[in-house]
Structures are given as C-alpha cells and as structure tokens.
Design a binder for this molecule. Structure first.
Ligand code: C2E
Ligand code: MG
Ligand code: MG
Length: 920
C-alpha cells in the first residue's frame, strides 16, 4: 500500500519533480535557508531590542540628568544675580539684573521642561514639577522684596530657605533621573544575556536541522551512487550478467538504467564480436586452405610452423617426412623478399612480414602468368619500338604536361637532327626549338598543319589529343606528295602526252574568250581530227603513234600566237582557239596553215610517217556565244568535212546541224529497230562458172524503215558499227542466215558479212559456233566475208580469231578486194578461201580504159594462192563473158538475181539449178 501510494505520488508531475535529486537539494537548501533566515531574523530583533535599551539609557537618562543639572546651574545663577542686585543702588543696574534673573528663570523653565520630557519614571516627573513650583515660589518672594536695602533679615532667611528647598528638590530630580538610567542599563544587560542564550540555542537548532537535512540527502543520494558505482565496477570487471536496480526515478535511477542499457549493449557487442571473430577465424582458415597464395609461417627458431595447401603445392614434398628437396626449395625461396624461380619453371613472388614471436609469415604468389605477360609485353614493346622506328611518319607522343614521352627515329630523320637531339622528357616547345635548329622554318606556338622547311621539304603535321590529356603529333614528309599533287593539278588541266591544255582548260579558255569578245572582234574554234591516225597507230605501234601526236601538238602550237590556244581533247582530236578574229577569212588562213603544217612528213623512230588533218571551223560570236554550242558547231563542221573532204576544212553552217540531227534520229531508229527486230535478211545467189549452177547465197541485211522505207546497209551499217550495235545485229543475221541455209539443198553455201567491229568482240567465235550448233548447219557450208579493214585494225588478234573460225570448218572470204589497202601482206597473213573482186572493177571491165588487168591480176593471184575468186556486181553478159574468159571461178550480180527475200530463194534455185530438190 505504501509503495503504491508512493508510486502514485511519483507518477504526478510534481511528484516526479520532487523525486529528482535536483528537487531534493533545492528543498534542503530551502529548509536550511529558512532555519538560518529565522535565526538571523531573531538575532536582528534581539539586537534591535538591546540597541533600543542602550539608546534609551543614553537619550532618556543621561539627557534628563544633564537638564536637571542645567536647572541647578540656572537657579544658582539666579541666586547669584539676585545677590549682585542687593549690592548695588543703581537702578539701571538693578533693572538689568532683574531682567537677567527673569531670563534665567525662563531658561530654567525650559531646561526643566526638557528634563520632565526625558524623565522615564513618574517620580522624576513629580520631582521636576516640584522644582518648577519651588522656583516659581522663590521668584515670587524675591519680587516681593522691593527695595532690597529695606528688606528685613528674616525675609532673607525665607528666601534662602526656599532656595535650599529648591536645591534639595533639584538633587532629588538628578537622583531620580540617574536611577532611571541605571534601571535601563540593567534591563539592557539582562536583555543581552537572554538574547545570547536564545541565539545560541537557535544556532544549535539550525546546526542540528542542517545535519538532519544533510543526512537525509546523503541517504537519498549516496545509496544509488554506490549501486551505480558497484554496477560500473561489475561491468568493468566483465560481469555483465549481474542485475542492476533500475527502479529509481531520479537522475541516478536514470544513470543506472543507462548503465544497464550500456551493459546490455556491451554484452551484445561482445557477443557479436565473438561471433565475428569466430566467423573471421573460420574464413581465415578457409582462405588459407583455398588461397591461391602460398602462406608459410616460420617460427623464431626457423622451423616451418605452418604451410597452407598452396604452399605445399608450390614446394612439392614440403612437410612429408624424408623429403628434403621441397623444404630446401622453401627455405631458399623464403630466405628473402623478392622473386624466386621454382625448379619446375614457375615463378613465385615472396613477401615476408615479421611476427611478434620473432618469426615471420611469408606469402608466396604465383606470378608465372605475370612473368609471361611481362615477357610478352617486353616483346610487344620491342616490336612497337621497331614499328615506331620503321614508321614512314615521324611521331612524338606527349603527356598531359606536354612533355615528350615517345619519339621515333623517323622524326629526327625528317628534321635532319643528330641522334639523341630529341629525347623523352623535353617539353613540346623544346622539341620544336631543337627541330627549328635542325631546319625547322620557325618555332610555331601551335602545330601548323603544313611545315615547309628551308631545304624545300614539306612536312604535314597532324596533332591528336590522347585520352590522358596529352597529345600525339605525327610528321609526314609529304614533299613527294606535294609535287605529285602539283602534277595532278597540272594534269587536271593538261593532256599527259602532249602537255597541251585538256578539255577542261580549253573550256576555260573559250569561256574567257567569250567574256572578252567585243562587237568588232570575235574568235574562231578549230576542231581538228587526224586522218587515218588509227592505221598508223596500229601499223607502227603505239609508241610511234604517241610520238606522232606529240609532234603534231608541237607543230600546231608553233602555228599559233601567244594569245591563241591549242588543246588536245581526244586520241587524235585537237582544238585550236584563235583569238582576235576580225573576219572569217582570218580563220581560213590559219586553217590552211594548220593543214599544211600537219601534213608535212614526220620522221619518227627512223620511220617517215605522214598524216593528214581535217578541220571544222566555227566563228564566234556569229555561230554562238556558249562554249558548249561553239564546240558542238566545230564538231558538226568537222564531221561534215570528214564526210566530204578529208584533209580540208569546213566552216560551220547552220544546216549542218540539221543533218547531224537527222543522223541522231536515224541512230535512235536503229536502236529501236534492233529491239523490235525490224530487219530482214535478203539473199543473193552466187553462181559457179565451173559447175554452171548456183553454189550459194550471200546474206544481205535489209532494214525497212517505217517512214523512209528500205535503207541501204551502206548507210546504216557504219552507224551500227559506230554505235556498237553491229555485234548483236551481226549475230542475229548469222543465226537467221544459218537457220535459212540449213533448209537448203546440201551443196549450197551461205556467205555472211562480218564487220571489223565484230572482230573486236571476243564473242564472235562462240557466236558462230552457237549458230552452227543451234541450226545444225555444217561449218563447211558457212562462209564469212571480211574486209581488209578487219586486218588493218589489229592483225594479230584478227588472225588468231580467223584461225579459230577456221577450226570450226568455216570458210573465210576477203570481200571488196581492191578497194582498201589491197596489200598482199594481208592475203598472206591468213589462208583465205576466197577473194571477192569488188564490183567497181567489174563495172569498168568492158569500158575503153577498163580495169581488166586488175581483175586479171586478182584472178591469177587467187589461182596462185589457191583461193577461189568471185566477181561481184556482174550485171551484163559482156562482163560475165570477160570474167569467164579470165578464169574467174564465181560470179554474183543482178545478171543472175538481185538480193531476194527468203521466200524467193526456192524460185531462184529452181530457175538456175532446176527443181532438183525440194526446199522445206
Ligand atoms: P557487199 O558485201 O560487197 O555486198 C554486195 C553488194 O553489192 C550488195 O549491196 C548487193 O546488193 C550489191 N550488188 C550485188 N549485185 C549487184 C549488181 O549487179 N550491181 C550493183 N550495183 N550492186 C550489186 P547491199 O546489199 O546494199 O550491201 C552493201 C554492203 O553492206 C555489203 O557489201 C556489205 O558490205 C554490207 N552488208 C550488207 N549486209 C550486211 C550484213 O549483214 N553484215 C555486214 N557486216 N555487212 C553487210
Ligand atoms: Mg559481202
Ligand atoms: Mg562486196
């Protein structure tokens, strides 16, 4: 019950406060203050009381005595003054003395009044009043005397008697007032004595009270402090399981609770640490067991106290009885820090740490891989060094502080520096300064892109920042490249062979001329094309051809003025720009001179060669004011001149362009015709004079133009050749002709014309083979007609192709013999089966100054070479008779039949050979 009531008390805020040590000290202080305050107050009251008594002793008693005495003195003076009055007769003096007596009387009355006022006792008051009335009576007697000389002696006696009475009364008064003072003194001494005792008692009481309070405080504070101290000692002593009283509500209670909590924390901490230590120990053991490092503990005596499995593995046999080699290795390896090579070739790194007991722990790491990598790295570095030294570029690698880290040999070579002039550690500016001494043009603050040295070298410098804040600069000697670039720049505007301006430069010249063209002055453009340059090239070889072109270029350049321009724009095509042309005749003069100059013979590589030139001329501004148009006009004029008058020149005329347009139109029609197969093959019989019957047909191509009707092969074949269309077209004719001929009687041959252009195509032989195979026509029935131009272009290749064709069993004829070069060397270069005499010779056969001798010569040539001769264009019986007489083998011409469509072929055969066999 008691404890509960206490708990309730403590649970209230006031109770909780009162339970604290702070409150208790405060209460003790308060009570002790009350005690000492009360004691002090009591002492003050007592001292005041005593002081009052002392004051009254002085104020009341002594003052009262003094005034009583003053009264006595005043009365004595009154008696004396009265006595002096009796001695004088002077009235004035008598009056004066009388006044003095009255004044003294007043003073006496006043002193007496004060004495009465200060008197403490009734008897003293009564004595004072008696004095007062006595003096008044004395004075009344004195006044009653009148003339003093007349006063009787008994009256004087009465007066003296009264005076004595008064003196006695005054003495009484003095005595009474002195008695009062004594009384006060006594009272004061008594009061002091009693106060002293009371104060001592109170002080003792206060001391006792303070002792009680101190004891109470000690009881309330020391107990918990002792408990706390014991608890702390127990905790310090490691006794963490002892209980600590924690029910106190004061600060010590809270201290004990904190200590209990602290003890719990320490206990938890220690438990945790124990656990951690145990786990660490386990881990350490595991780590040692599974460690990739070998760990060996050697004690102070030098014995191996411990070696983990890896150490045992490193030092094979260590720890096994009787095996000393492992231990020897181990001891040797552990004798010092550093690297050690085991007998099995592996490398160990040993690092030793001293132990407290005087031994040491050695950790052995297997660094074989590291060593291997190191060796590889060294090798790589060597290679890198080799690569750096053999680089075509100079190289400087700088770190973030712009200090040189790597420099290769080439750098020194480029700048012509002595060995070791530039070494790692130098700053970039120092390197540049050194390089400058070695020929550098200047020390640049930043790397230039191109550095041109005084010795003419050109160095391209490139700088790239590296990831670590440094940079790498590469130096390349681009002198050669620079020259090459300059050359390329030259070549971009010039022809390599002749050094003349090329088309680009020409166009610039023409545009410049257009810009300068005035009203009075124009300029002329000459398009030049060498005549028959290609045969020269083919005959004498490209070297001679090139020489010829250079010579022509030189001659052309020599013909023109400084302000004019000669350009080469194609193989044998040149353009001359003549400036400041006032009249078209000026251009004609130059054109003629150019033709004359070019056609003069050349001596090249010990050979004399001649070449002609054809020129197309256009004059600006009349013919146009744009570069493109003027060049086109000159080309049109040239094409016209080529067609009409080789070795001459033609001015451009507007209708030339129209013809060119027509040709373009034909071109497109031809392409379209090829796509739509708008061609047809006609056949013209070849009559054998020996057997007197048709021995075969020549396939002749026909193109029926939708608008223009039949167009002569003589017109469109050259165009097809030019456009390269002759190859597919020729193949189509071949297949068509073979297909048709395969259905004819076995003895009939089919002759197919083959263009020179087809010989430049590799597919000719395979095309013929395929045509024979697909149509089933035997090779011996096919005859291919070629012209001399085929052999002129590329004799070697052509001959090879002809032999391949021959290999297929095909026969080969020389067509239009006598119109071209008619060189016997061509006839000898290949064993032709037949020579076809051109119709132009046949035509003139029966004329007055005919060409019989040529025909005769050709026929006999064929006979002697074992070749069949066929005469073309036989139109008359006379021609036939002459040819028969000359011994010609075969004839062909309108006399027998014009070329006919395939449908007509059977009729032709029937007519000349009789219907011997039916044609499918
Ligand atoms: P060519 O090979 O010399 O053919 C003979 C030419 O003479 C043919 O002209 C033919 O019609 C013509 N002709 C035949 N007999 C007489 C005659 O008695 N009097 C006259 N005045 N002419 C006669 P065509 O068909 O106009 O062919 C001309 C040239 O076109 C051919 O000359 C040949 O070189 C070429 N040609 C024709 N067809 C082809 C072909 O399929 N391929 C190739 N590459 N050229 C062909
Ligand atoms: Mg022919
Ligand atoms: Mg012919």
């Amino acid at each position: 019950m008691k404890a509960r009531a206490r708990a309730l008390r403590l649970s209230s805020p006031v109770g909780a406060f009162v339970a604290t040590i702070k409150a208790r000290i405060f209460i003790a202080f308060f009570v002790m203050s009350l005690l000492s305050g009360g004691l002090g107050f009591y002492a003050i009251v007592a001292i005041a009381h005593v002081g009052d008594l002392v004051g009254r002793t002085y104020d009341q008693s002594l003052m009262s005595i003094n005034y009583a005495r003053a009264t006595a003195a005043d009365f004595a003076k009154m008696r004396a003054t009265f006595a002096r009055q009796g001695l004088t007769r002077d009235k004035a003096a008598i009056a004066k003395l009388d006044a003095q007596i009255t004044e003294l009387h007043t003073t006496l009355a006043e002193d007496l009044t004060i004495a009465v006022e200060r008197a403490q006792s009734d008897r003293a008051v009564r004595a004072a009043l008696a004095v007062q009335s006595g003096v008044a009576a004395w004075d009344d007697i004195r006044r009653s005397f009148g003339d003093l000389s007349a006063v009787r002696p008994e009256r004087w006696d009465a007066l003296d008697h009264q005076a004595d009475t008064i003196d006695a009364q005054i003495d009484m008064l003095v005595n009474y007032t002195a008695g009062d003072g004594f009384t006060f003194r006594q009272a004061a001494r008594t009061a002091v004595g009693s106060e002293l005792r009371l104060n001592m008692a109170a002080a003792l009481l206060a001391i006792f009270g303070s002792g009680v309070i101190a004891w109470l405080l000690h009881r309330r504070i020391r107990g918990p402090i002792v408990s706390a101290s014991l608890a702390a000692q127990r905790i310090a002593g490691g006794h963490l399981d002892d209980s600590i009283p924690t029910d106190g509500r004061d600060e010590l209670g809270s201290l004990l609770r904190s200590m209990a909590a602290m003890r719990d924390n320490i206990r938890a901490m220690m438990e945790r640490e124990v656990r951690q230590r145990q786990s660490a120990e386990r881990l350490l053991t595991d780590a040692l067991q599974s460690s990739r490092e070998g760990v060996v503990v050697v004690d102070a005596t030098g014995c191996i106290a411990f070696a983990n499995p890896m150490a045992l593995k490193f030092f094979e046999g260590l720890g096994t009885a009787g095996n000393s080699s492992g231990e020897t290795n181990c001891r040797e390896a552990l004798s010092r820090d550093g690297e050690f090579r085991l007998p099995n070739g592996r490398w160990l790194r040993v690092s030793r740490s001293a132990t407290e007991g005087g031994g040491f722990v050695a950790v052995c790491s297997d660094i074989s891989v590291e060593k291997e990598q190191e060796a590889k790295l060294r090798e790589t570095n060597l290679r890198l060094d080799a690569a750096l030294d053999n680089m075509s570029q100079g190289l400087c690698l700088y770190d973030a502080d712009h200090r040189l880290m790597v420099v290769n040999r080439r750098y020194g070579q480029i700048y012509g520096l002595p060995a070791n002039a530039v070494t790692p550690g130098m700053t970039a500016m120092e390197v540049l300064a050194v390089s400058s001494n070695g020929g550098h043009s200047a020390v640049p603050s930043v790397y230039p892109v191109i550095d041109e040295l005084p010795n003419g070298k050109v160095i391209a410098i490139e700088r790239r920042n590296t990831a670590d804040g440094g940079f790498v600069a590469t130096f390349e000697d681009v002198t050669e490249r620079r020259h090459a670039e300059a050359r390329i720049a030259f070549l971009a505007h010039h022809d390599v062979l002749t050094g003349l301006p090329n088309r680009i430069a020409l166009e610039q010249q023409i545009n410049a001329s257009i810009a300068q063209t005035g009203r009075d002055q124009g300029f002329a453009i000459f398009a030049l094309d060498l005549d028959d340059f290609r045969p020269i090239n083919d005959t004498f070889g490209h070297a001679v051809g090139d020489e010829l072109l250079v010579a022509v270029a030189n001659r052309l350049s020599a013909c023109v003025r400084e302000i004019d321009c000669v350009a080469r724009i194609g193989a044998d095509e040149f353009v001359v720009v003549q400036r400041a042309v006032e009249r078209p005749e000026d251009a004609a003069v130059l054109a003629r001179r150019l033709i004359d100059v070019v056609k003069a013979p050349y001596v090249l590589s010990n050979q004399t060669v001649s070449v002609g030139v054809t020129i197309g001329v256009t004059v600006a501004p009349g013919d146009g004011m744009s570069c493109g148009k003027l060049l086109k006009n000159a080309d049109v004029a040239l094409a016209r001149a080529k067609a009409e008058a080789r070795g001459a020149f033609r001015y451009f005329e507007p209708d030339m362009d129209a013809r060119l347009q027509a040709r373009r139109a034909l071109e497109s029609d031809l392409r379209h015709a090829l796509e739509t197969k708008a061609f047809e093959v006609y056949y013209q019989p070849i009559y054998s004079l020996g057997s007197e019957r048709i021995c075969g047909f020549e396939a002749l191509l026909r193109w029926k133009h939708p608008v223009r009707g039949f167009i002569s092969p003589a017109e469109f074949i050259p165009l097809a050749e030019e456009l390269g269309l002759i190859v597919p077209l020729g193949e189509w004719v071949l297949v068509q002709a073979c297909t048709d001929a395969a259905r004819w009687p076995d003895g009939l041959k089919i002759a197919v014309n083959v263009s020179a252009v087809q010989f430049t195509s590799a597919s000719l032989v395979s095309a013929v083979r395929d045509a024979l195979r697909s149509t089933g026509l035997p090779g011996r029935r096919l005859e291919l007609e070629i012209t001399e131009s085929v052999l002129v272009a590329n004799p070697g290749v052509t001959t090879a192709i002809l032999h391949s064709l021959k290999g297929l069993g095909v026969r080969v004829s020389m067509d239009d013999f006598g119109t071209g070069y008619s060189s016997l060397s061509y006839l000898r270069s290949f064993p032709f089966d037949k020579i076809k005499i051109d119709q132009s010779f046949v035509r003139d056969l029966c004329e007055e100054d005919g060409t019989d001798f040529i025909v005769r010569a050709v026929i006999s040539l064929g006979a002697s070479l074992g070749m069949t001769t066929t005469a073309e264009g036989v139109e008359t019986e006379a021609q036939l008779a002459r040819l028969r007489a000359e011994g010609c083998d075969e004839v062909q011409g309108y006399l027998f039949s014009r070329p006919v469509p395939i449908t007509e072929v059977p009729n032709v055969i029937a007519r000349w050979n009789g219907a011997t066999r039916a044609i499918a």
